[in-house]
Design a protein around this ligand. Structure first.
Ligand SMILES: Nc1nc2c(c(=O)[nH]1)N[C@H]1C(S)=C(S)[C@@H](COP(=O)(O)OP(=O)(O)OC[C@H]3O[C@@H](n4cnc5c(=O)[nH]c(N)nc54)[C@H](O)[C@@H]3O)O[C@H]1N2
Ligand SMILES: Nc1nc2c(c(=O)[nH]1)N[C@H]1C(S)=C(S)[C@@H](COP(=O)(O)OP(=O)(O)OC[C@H]3O[C@@H](n4cnc5c(=O)[nH]c(N)nc54)[C@H](O)[C@@H]3O)O[C@H]1N2
Ligand SMILES: [Mo]
Length: 777
């Protein structure tokens, strides 16, 4: 059944009645209206559970309802009363399910049984845990005997610190650092850029800083959809008169205005708070130039006699300022204007406000990290903050907004392919082994190795890898060549439908569920985007008696795959997770001493963040001004082709990554479909296309690979000329694997060079090359 597409610009604020309605609808749909509403009151509380959505701060004094529209949706999605059991798999072949879209794959509900793929019937069939774990272990051992580097251990940033610590240890005892995670697709750019600039891989801003700041600069992050609880401190700041300056190609509603859905007065009077005081619709990928322009304008103010720089800070705490200032002076305004797609006055206006602010926070997200020049761009934002000493001062700092609820904690726990980020000597001494020193695969490198046939086994602890990575048309066929694929997940997704020779679905407990082990109900912990570590207690009855915890899953593999080691007590760890926290405390004594007690402190406990104390763990011992090699936003972008557009891939308000809750993007006014391409009306006219026309999009890349996405409907939209937008993950087929950020290998998902072609009548009636009628209703 074809869905009706409507586009009506959304006139309301972020939050407000639309948000409240949306939460009610999804609780009802998941058949958990009463129990879900009750559970939500325990959400992000000291004695409750930490949100399974985003990584935004969990405050020490939470609101009565410390959750948001999208957090509530991800919670409802996990605690749903719908089940996807053996009957479902008996009724559908894998080939048939491959035709279903992401929404309909997860819709049947929580997975209930371990399943093994049966190639003869092309169906997943239930197996016992014992059979599953024994066979998986046999395959992992055989591959290890061949070469320990032929197995990859992926995880998505959802699992707890406890499970992550065991997973990292398991991989290293197995013999590799092949621990890519969703962070590679996301804020890896941050993890590479910030250590060079300020000597730490994470942000430097705490929640308290939001209350003291007097200027907020926002680059490429969309709080209305992706971290809505952040709208509260933003609203407070705005009400205090703090200027909020946004650089974003799209006018995102949460950055324009907000009605607090938790305030009865605001809801009844429909009062809205304006959020951004300046809004600059920068070209996608234009931020490096725009930030350079703001720095240049600031320097010009200083040189015109205004005290715009913090000289004392620059002299005492930084390195490289003279070379940086020379670089700024050498920049040509016309060039910056052309690259940013903004007038010089925009950058000057930002510099004028910034020059007067005592304490400034720089916030950013995927709009900076997912670009070819992402690392240099994040470093230019750090340069801008350093010029006025906005680091290690109350109310100031840099604030990357992390995605998955525990993606930052996983990295802290050693889930990383970069051995230099892990205390390997300490691990070696603690567990009596020689940890592997060779770098493992990032997510992109894992795909490359799979394409080259150099991987046997792929274990996925959460996530939907094949769907989240670039170049789906290359990766999917190569995936079938793997010997073993293990999907430890909670809901069915596309990755599980591309089986290797041997393929398993292993259903695990979610964080909201009670995790009962031999010594009783266990707690877990997570780290939020500001480096605070919190305890979390599951309280919902597990979706099925056959689920096991992620901790136990890793331990069971450890017991079966590795040789016995008295210093690695897998069983004791599973019986009592406090012992895992003790072990973590031994590996990381500075941060995780007395872990089990401190994680229950209101607001959690904060990791030591050296930049906050103006200690600089960089090679120069100072914070570094870094000059980019070039201002080219994208060396892959073909020059001159007037019909080549730059595509950003978007998240809707109705999705969490590859989990699609529905087909409406309320804030952008798009209803009933995700198969759209947002285009500027001037481009539509210039290229002889039409609003509402159906088109085929093709990637422009001279590498002999054909990448195409047919069946998108054009929506005339307020987006800069030359830029277009389409939804992720549907558009991932267009993103070349090699098109990633220099230095971090984060896929450049926000700037894919594309051409748009009108589809003729017949072709337009089919979608993705298939008749529309096969779409699930
Ligand atoms: N509801 C919901 N919440 C989520 C997620 C979700 O999918 N749904 N995902 C989670 C995850 S894993 C992550 S990493 C975060 C992602 O959260 P964000 O970092 O907000 O990521 P995106 O929504 O991909 O893009 C952010 C913004 O960048 C803008 N943008 C695109 N290109 C450019 C550019 O070149 N320059 C600038 N300045 N802006 C640009 C887009 O218009 C968009 O507003 O959210 C997390 N939270
Ligand atoms: N083109 C494009 N591509 C992108 C992006 C983009 O902006 N544009 N964004 C990138 C980003 S920022 C990210 S983070 C990645 C996301 O990549 P992933 O993290 O790999 O993908 P998710 O969609 O978050 O994974 C969803 C699946 O996780 C499983 N799951 C949910 N909860 C749990 C749990 O508690 N435990 C376990 N074991 N499994 C669970 C469910 O089965 C669900 O199907 O995608 C990246 N890809
Ligand atoms: Mo992410």
């Amino acid at each position: 059944m074809a869905r009706r597409v409507t586009f009506r610009p959304y006139a309301g604020p972020a939050g407000g009645w639309g948000s409240a309605r949306s939460v009610g609808t999804i609780l009802a749909r998941e058949n958990v209206l009463a129990s879900g509403a009750l559970l939500l009151t325990r959400h992000n509380k000291v004695d409750g559970f930490q949100c399974v959505g985003c990584a935004w701060v969990k405050p020490a004094q939470p609101l009565p309802f410390e959750f948001c529209e999208n957090g509530a949706k991800t919670v409802a999605w996990e605690i749903t009363n719908h089940r996807c059991g053996p009957e479902f798999f008996a009724a559908h072949t894998v080939t048939e399910l491959l035709d279903w879209d992401d929404y309909h794959l997860e819709r049947p509900g929580r997975l209930t049984h371990p399943l093994r793929y049966d190639p003869d019937t092309d169906k997943y069939r239930p197996v016992s845990w014992g059979t599953a774990l024994d066979e998986i272990a046999r395959e992992l051992r055989a591959s290890r005997a061949r070469d320990p580097k032929r197995a990859v251990f992926y995880s998505s940033g959802r699992c707890s610190n406890e499970a992550s610590y065991l997973y990292g240890l398991f991989a290293r005892l197995y013999g590799n650092n092949n621990l890519p995670d969703s962070s590679n697709l996301c804020h890896e750019t941050t993890s590479v850029a910030l250590p060079e600039s300020i000597g730490q891989a994470v942000g430097s801003v705490s929640l308290a800083d939001w209350g003291h700041t007097d200027c907020i600069l926002f680059f490429g992050q969309n709080p209305g959809s992706n971290s809505p609880r952040m709208l509260h401190p933003l609203q407070e700041a705005s009400e205090r008169g703090v200027p909020i300056i946004t650089y974003n190609p799209l006018k995102e509603r949460g950055l324009e205005r907000f009605t607090n859905p938790q305030s009865p007065t605001e809801m009844l009077t429909t009062r809205e708070t304006r959020i951004s005081s300046q809004y600059h619709q920068v070209k996608t990928g234009g931020d490096l130039a725009a930030l350079t322009g703001i720095c240049k304008a600031l320097l010009e103010r200083e040189e015109a006699g205004e005290a715009a720089l913090d000289h004392a800070f620059i002299a005492e705490h930084t390195h490289g300022f003279a070379a940086f200032a020379a670089f700024l002076r050498a920049q040509d305004w016309d060039d910056l204007v052309r690259r940013a797609g903004l007038p010089r006055t925009a950058m000057e206006a930002t510099a004028a406000v910034y020059a007067r602010a005592r304490a400034t926070i720089g916030v950013y997200g995927m709009g900076l990290t997912q670009h070819r020049a992402g690392v240099a761009t994040v470093q230019m934002l750090a340069n801008l903050l350093l010029m006025r000493g906005n680091m290690g001062r109350s109310g100031a700092g840099i604030c990357p907004v992390r995605g998955h609820s525990n993606v930052q904690g996983q990295r802290t726990m050693g889930v990383t392919e970069k051995p230099e980020l892990v205390p390997l000597d300490r691990l070696g001494a603690q567990y009596g082994f020689a940890p592997p020193r060779e770098a493992g695969y990032t997510s992109v490198e894992a795909c490359e190795a799979i394409l080259r046939g150099e991987v046997d086994c792929f274990v996925e602890l959460g996530g939907n890898f094949v769907r989240a990575v670039p170049d789906r048309s290359l990766v999917e066929p190569a995936w079938r060549g793997l010997r073993l694929t293990v999907n430890a997940i909670t809901k069915l997704n596309r990755t599980a439908l591309i089986p290797g020779e041997i393929s398993y679905i292993l259903p695990v407990l979610g964080r909201i569920e009670t995790d009962r082990q031999r010594t009783g109900i266990q707690s877990l912990s997570m780290e939020d985007t500001t480096g605070c570590v919190h305890g979390s207690r599951g309280m919902r009855r597990p979706a099925s008696p056959h689920l096991i915890s992620e901790v136990r899953l890793v331990a069971e593999l450890g017991k079966r795959v590795l040789e016995p080691n008295p210093r690695v007590p897998w069983d004791e760890w599973c019986d009592d997770y406090r012992l895992i926290r003790d072990a973590i405390g031994e590996t990381y004594p500075d941060t995780f001493h007395d872990y089990d007690r401190r994680m229950w402190e209101p607001g959690g406990f904060q990791r030591p963040l050296p930049a906050c104390k103006r200690e600089w763990h960089t090679k120069t011992g100072k914070a570094n001004f870094l000059v980019p090699g070039s201002l080219d936003e994208d060396p892959d972008m073909p020059e001159g082709g007037h019909d080549v557009l730059r595509m950003m891939t978007l998240r809707s308000n109705d999705q969490f990554n590859t989990t699609v809750f529905g087909y409406d993007d309320r804030f952008r006014g798009i209803k009933g479909t995700r198969d759209v391409i947002l285009m500027n009306r001037l481009d539509i006219d210039r290229l002889g296309l039409a609003d509402g026309a159906m088109v085929r999009v093709e990637t422009v890349a001279n590498d002999g690979v054909r990448r195409e996405l047919p069946g998108l409907t054009i929506v005339g939209y307020d987006i800069p000329v030359g830029c277009v937008g389409a939804y992720y993950p549907e558009a991932n087929v267009l993103l070349p694997l090699w098109h990633y950020a220099v230095g971090s290998m984060t896929p450049a998902a926000k700037s894919i060079p594309v051409r748009v072609h009108r589809m003729d009548g017949d072709a337009a009636r089919t979608r993705h090359g298939r008749p529309q009628a096969t779409l699930q209703p």
